[in-house]
Design a protein around this ligand. Structure first.
Ligand SMILES: C[S@@+](CC[C@H](N)C(=O)[O-])C[C@H]1O[C@@H](n2cnc3c(N)ncnc32)[C@H](O)[C@@H]1O
Length: 389
């Protein structure tokens, strides 16, 4: 890892310089910009020939369900997420830093389509999961496609909330949870002194959990793990917001011990324009990174999907304005929020030059994370950050 850390190609340094002069956030209604990073790979040339003839689908248009075109949420789940790997690291971190019991209760903040929560529930019948996101389309898609397709034994253990992580108690429950499950869970947790949320009001006597109840009215077990994945904390732009969110995460963890886990990416290639693509059997996923503002540490990331069979492109299927938090900044905020220790698990990623176009997940997905206390800068890395309450 150390050796690789020192490797920074001359080409990459040139690319970053190029990005400085040619970037900045013009509206992206033109064809993919030809960035200084454009690779001469043959596959990419073929792709760009196709691009001229492919019909473009606006992401809003695409949302109005064209049966021929897969949903952007389905495409995202296939190409971006790897919930099994995340769940396995979550368990490992919990046992390592808390231990003494199995983690059963997860909160997935910024959950999108809550794929991770569903995977969490599927793998142990005792588990519960809470998902929270402010994208109502993602939550609805989750209900129709992830939740309704697993059995009631799984879906009944999921609490899905629509709301802002900065005002979580106002978030609204959008699915139904059987009342007896809630009562059993909360009684059990009360014995351990672990219930954190105020008890239900009189409406709690119905068969199913109140729809449209808010998080503050909803009785749920204290969480063993809270997570925020796929760089979601970068959606919070100010230090004040980040600390506020971390304080909330800390407050819902079990008094018997719990962890908060988030991820972030970095490296020299994270701070310049970049366009990478992954080819899957029926579509290509494109990550487009705009120029990096070194004063505000902000960039804009757009995800596009090119559908081979349909000759269609879903451009800007997802677009994020991100504040790229550094590892010491995150530690500082977690400390301030009350976490007793913070741990970094990092994996080096292949040089962005070598992975401009890869098939499927390529080798990156198999590279293991390692616990580090020092890590030399390199082209590209990913990190899990674990805050122990
Ligand atoms: C990068 S996506 C990550 C989705 C999912 N966690 C994953 O692992 O792929 C970020 C998600 O955060 C949500 N989001 C951003 N800011 C939020 C906020 N303040 N409160 C709630 N959700 C937010 C977006 O709607 C989006 O679904």
């Amino acid at each position: 890892m150390g050796k690789q850390g020192k490797k920074q190609s001359h080409l990459n340094r040139q690319q970053c310089r190029g990005a400085k002069t040619s970037s900045y956030y013009e509206e992206q209604d033109q064809e993919y910009p030809s960035t200084p990073l454009a690779s001469p790979f043959e596959e990419q040339n073929n792709e760009s020939q196709q691009e001229n003839s492919a019909e473009e689908v606006d992401e809003n248009e695409q949302n109005q369900s064209n049966s021929d075109v897969p949903s952007k949420f389905w495409l995202y789940q296939q190409s971006v997420q790897s919930p099994k790997g995340d769940v396995s690291y979550l368990q490992k971190f919990f046992l390592m830093y808390v231990g003494g019991r199995m983690p059963l209760h997860l909160q997935e903040d910024f959950c999108g389509t809550a794929l991770l929560s569903v995977e969490w529930l599927r793998t142990d019948a005792r588990r519960t999961a809470v998902g929270l996101d402010f994208d109502v389309d993602a939550l609805n898609w989750c209900m129709e496609n992830n939740v309704n397709k697993v059995g009631a034994d799984v879906s009944s253990r999921l609490f899905l909330f629509h709301g802002n992580v900065l005002q979580p108690l106002e978030a609204v429950l959008i699915n139904s949870v059987p009342q007896d499950l809630v009562r059993n869970l909360s009684l059990k947790d009360s014995e351990d002194g672990a219930v954190t949320v105020p008890p239900l009001g009189s409406e709690g006597s119905s068969e199913t959990m109140i729809c449209n109840g808010t998080m503050k009215d909803t009785q749920m077990p204290a969480r063993d793990i809270v997570c925020a994945f796929n760089y979601s904390c970068c959606c919070l732009h100010s230090r004040k917001e980040l600390v506020l969110y971390f304080k909330y995460a800390h407050s819902i963890l079990s008094k018997r011990g719990g962890i908060f886990v988030m991820d972030v990416y970095g490296g020299t290639s994270a701070e310049c324009e970049l366009r990478m693509q992954r080819k899957f059997s029926t579509f290509t996923y494109v990550w487009e990174q705009e120029g990096f503002d070194v004063i505000q540490r902000k960039t804009r990331i757009s995800l596009h999907f090119n559908l081979q069979k349909q000759h269609k492109k879903i451009r800007h299927a997802f677009s994020y304005s991100w504040r790229l938090w550094s590892l010491p900044e995150i530690k500082d905020c977690l400390d301030e929020a009350g976490f007793s220790s913070v741990h970094f698990w990092v994996r080096s990623m292949p040089d962005s030059e070598d992975i401009k176009t890869i098939n499927g997940f390529g080798i990156g997905r198999d590279i293991k994370y390692e616990h580090v206390t020092s890590f030399h800068q390199q082209d590209s890395w990913n990190a899990y950050i674990v805050g122990v309450a």
